[in-house]
Design a protein around this ligand. Structure first.
Ligand SMILES: Cc1ncc(COP(=O)(O)O)c(C=O)c1O
Length: 437
């Protein structure tokens, strides 16, 4: 009889026998699968075995040239894509994710914030239109790529075909941040997925709405607007050298669900979202000509009207975001709708976001420069040395290299006094600025 193989490799927890707490918390079944690269298990950064096969299968399923597992969330894919671009300017929406900013700084790219519209009642970003992008490309020939959300955090999608056509005309790559769009296409009332449009790259957050484990994501690439070998280099640079096979396996399973899934899976969530939208005085609903994911429910919810039995994606400043998915049952659906119907709508008090674009920014210079921390009232006209954002709605007020305007500082003060949370501030609410700016 052949002896059972003995695992003499990392991780040393094996099936957890020697780590009782871990085994109790997760169970031997999970721990046995918690593996990383071994000779028979392939190499995420030079795949030739099962990982290569799986990635080829996913590329075929999505109709793209390459698919890559991501084990550091959508952030890892966005960083690798931006890193891989030829040195130049990357145009981004106001609500750009910090991963794009950090990779632009690492690669020495400039950033240009695209004019970005905001909903006048809910204060959430609606994204730049194709016309906004065309206007920016017409004045800045150094733009190499446009990063676009499909959808935004709040579920809003723009006209990706029109935007892509504008970029194609000028040879500019379209990189789609679809961190929140892994479920698109699974129901007639959900938007079309980004990979069905002629874009150059899509990063899908499989873990957020696709059913994979947290941090499991997927990168899809078409053509060579993003150089494949630079991309591989970026993926290795920005991800762990011990990729989790639990995460990768969960992405593979989620993709199988996505490819085989029928409209039934999302039917209840979509129905709840569409019913919620009818409460138009308190629930965000796209204007005619706009489109949005019904399963993202943005609500004007005055403080005091929240209920502890519903855990929102976020709450603050008189707004809340509820995310519904295939797991929502009939009872939870009723509870959510009853709650929304019971809200006494307050008059909206959206933050005054600046919809204008920016001059080209040098995020690398600003992040590496000597910095000073100053009170917001002394920051006007000075160059930001970091990312300062407000949540909700989770939007950067200032990017590294961007000059603080009185308007942005006013939005910061107002946001804080209305119970929102700022990220990127220092002690005593100071903001980071480039020393001497
Ligand atoms: C719009 C957007 N893009 C990218 C990301 C990064 O995704 P991940 O958390 O998978 O790294 C997020 C995270 O929430 C996001 O909201």
């Amino acid at each position: 009889m052949r002896a059972r193989p003995v695992g003499l490799h990392v991780p040393v927890h094996g099936d957890g026998r020697a780590f009782a707490r871990l085994a109790r918390a997760f169970g031997a079944r999970i721990l046995r699968r918690d593996l990383t690269e071994l000779s028979d298990l392939d190499d995420l950064f030079a795949p030739s075995g099962p990982i290569a096969e799986s990635q080829r299968g996913m590329a075929r399923a999505f109709g793209v040239d390459r698919a890559r597992f991501l084990v550091g969330g959508a952030s890892a894919g966005l960083k690798a894509l931006v890193w891989a671009l030829p040195r130049g300017t990357v145009a981004v929406p106001r609500d750009v994710h910090r991963s794009v900013v950090s990779a632009a700084a690492a690669a020495g790219h400039r950033l240009r914030v695209l004019p970005t519209r905001f909903d006048p009642r809910f204060g959430i970003p609606l994204g730049p239109t194709a016309e906004d992008v065309a206007a920016t490309l017409a004045i800045d020939g150094s733009v190499r790529a446009v990063v676009v959300h499909h959808p935004t955090y709040h579920g809003v999608v723009g006209d990706l075909d029109a935007l892509t056509a504008v970029c194609r005309e000028r040879g500019v790559a379209v990189l789609v941040d679809s961190a929140h769009g892994a479920h698109f296409g699974l129901h007639p009332d959900l938007p079309e997925p980004a990979y069905r449009h002629e874009v150059d790259a899509v990063v899908m957050g499989m873990h957020k709405s696709g059913g994979a484990l947290t941090q499991g994501a997927l990168l899809l690439l078409r053509g060579d607007a993003v150089a494949p070998e630079r991309l591989e280099e970026g993926l290795a640079l920005f991800q762990s050298s011990s990729p989790s096979y639990l995460l990768m396996a969960s992405v593979e399973l989620a993709v199988a669900d996505l490819v085989e899934g029928g409209p039934g899976l999302w039917a209840r969530a979509v129905d709840v979202g569409l019913r919620a939208r009818k409460l138009a005085d308190r629930v965000f609903s796209p204007a005619p000509g706009q489109n949005a994911d019904p399963t993202r429910i943005t609500v004007l919810e005055p403080p005091g009207s929240e209920t502890p039995s519903l855990v929102a994606e976020y709450r603050g400043g008189g707004t809340a975001l509820y995310v519904v998915g295939p797991g929502i049952g009939a009872q939870a659906s009723r509870r959510l709708l009853t709650h929304l119907r019971g809200i006494v709508p307050a008059s909206p008090d959206p933050l005054p976001w600046d919809p204008a674009g920016s001059e080209p920014l040098d995020p690398r210079g600003a992040l590496l420069a000597q910095r000073a921390w100053v009170a917001p009232e002394r920051a006007a006209g000075r160059v930001s040395a970091g990312i300062v954002s407000l949540s909700p709605p989770c939007v950067p007020l200032a990017l590294p290299g961007e000059t603080w305007t009185p308007r942005a500082l006013g939005t910061l003060t107002r946001g804080l006094s209305s119970g929102r949370v700022a990220q990127g501030l220092g002690a005593g609410g100071t903001v980071p600025v480039v020393a001497g700016s």
